[in-house]
Write a protein that binds this ligand. Sequence first.
Ligand code: SAH
Length: 212
Amino acid sequence: MSDLTEKKARLTMSLRAQAILSSPVLSAIESIPREIFIEPALKQHAYENASLPIACEQTISQPYIVAKMTEALELTNRYTVLEIGTGSGYQASILSLLARRVYSMERHRPLFVEARNRLAELKLTNVTLRLGDGFSGWPEAAPFDRIIITCQVDKVPDALIQNLKPDGVLIAPIGPPGKEFLTKLIKKGDVIHTEQLISVRFVPMIPGIENA
Ligand code: SAH
């Protein structure tokens, strides 16, 4: 077994030990090569259960958090999912194996371009990426069965609540910066049910687009 394959097997074992019990989620994590989403110098760390730096001062989330958020979405292969914060494209790739179609938005052009190249390399053709501001949502592709926000928000932007189907689920790190909780929202008519899952740290959601 290669060094990375062995590290990957150890990572999925540790995710199981941390109560990630969904086999489809664990299989998706085993299928997607995380090493291609990070810079070559960090390749040896690809299967550590840690967040890592990517371009534009952003981060690729810790595998445990990716697994936890994906599991909380309760995906089926009939669902359409919107992700806010493409970053490296890793989370979008995991989602693409578990949902029918994935839409993902990123505000930094270099990250958007790199993520698009990686998804093409992996031949994940059910993912559509857009350079855009997640605060506006994606009305042309809405409504979505599921929405995942992978940056910290004080509250969920109204446009994203509007983009969610009735009975749809949205997962996001919600709270003041440094005090956010992974939160599950379920849209029941005009009422939004919320459930706090775990304490987490994410880079903030920032309005507008960075073209450089
Ligand atoms: N899901 C990513 C990690 C995301 S880090 C992965 O798997 O690698 C959070 C990302 O959200 C960053 O890339 C950041 O640029 C992006 N972001 C922040 N504010 C945003 C906004 N308003 N619209 C879209 N993306 C945003």
